[in-house]
Design a protein around this ligand. Structure first.
Ligand code: MD3
Ligand code: FE
Length: 219
């Protein structure tokens, strides 16, 4: 693995200029920063309606990342597989609606990265505490692979692992911090990716965790 050199972008005062990692994959440094107050308030309401929980993989392992969803569809996993559901299996009620603030942020980030007309119907909320990680995987449970994925990072910084088309391809490390937004689409949509174990820390605004909001068009 090597460190992918994004640190010049961190020092750039024009932090919102999209940085293209590869065709279809752009980092928008700090794109969400102006809106984190509203995002946090709306996130708390989503979590109150559909609590964060540790899902079990089809292989029987409990994930270290805690998850919930908002929007018409939510990503879910248990012993019988990965899928999108219209209802929260914990409550049998529909997932909470996607807050307007979430949708507006995702649509404007996609547009900034060159994807007009993004229509997300699913927002997966991932909560990482120190030590939690996401092993290398592809996102391929969505029907509309032509639409991008928009990812919003809040709270503690993380190191994103960015691989290739095959699981064994070399990975690069991309540091992501509070307020960063990444848009992945086109040729980058099926890349293997993951998140390194979260380091210990305390974030002034989010506490001792990282939250990632992942917007998708799943249906
Ligand atoms: C790159 N979440 O929930 S989102 C996931 O930070 C997931 O919680 C990560 O991977 C997180 O599935 C990263 C960013 C992301 C999502 C999909 C991608 C990056 C991607 C698809 C292809 C390439
Ligand atoms: Fe993923």
């Amino acid at each position: 693995m090597s460190t992918f050199d994004l640190f010049d972008a961190d020092a750039d005062p024009a932090a919102n200029a999209p940085l293209v990692l590869e065709p279809g994959a752009s980092v928008l440094r700090g794109f969400a920063l102006a809106r984190v107050g509203t995002l946090r308030r709306d996130l708390d309401a989503v979590i109150a309606a559909a609590p964060l929980r540790h899902l079990v993989t089809p292989g029987g392992k409990t994930m270290s990342v805690a998850m919930t969803n908002c929007g018409a569809l939510g990503w879910f996993s248990d012993r019988s597989g990965y899928r999108y559901t219209g209802c929260d299996p914990l409550s049998d009620r529909p997932w909470p609606a996607m807050p307007a603030s979430f949708r507006a942020l995702a649509v404007s980030a996609a547009s900034r990265a060159g994807f007009e007309g993004f229509a997300p119907d699913a927002c997966l909320v991932n909560r990482y505490v120190p030590g939690a990680r996401l092993t290398l995987h592809q996102d391929r449970d969505e029907r509309q692979l032509g639409q991008p994925i928009v990812s919003v990072s809040l709270g503690l910084p993380a190191v994103f692992l960015w691989g290739g088309a095959q699981r064994g391809d070399r990975t690069r490390r991309v540091p992501l911090s509070h307020g960063d937004v990444v848009v992945w689409g086109g040729p980058a949509r099926l890349r293997f990716h993951g998140v390194m174990p979260l380091a210990e820390g305390e974030h002034a605004f989010m506490g001792a965790c990282r939250i990632n909001l992942t917007f998708r068009c799943a249906g």
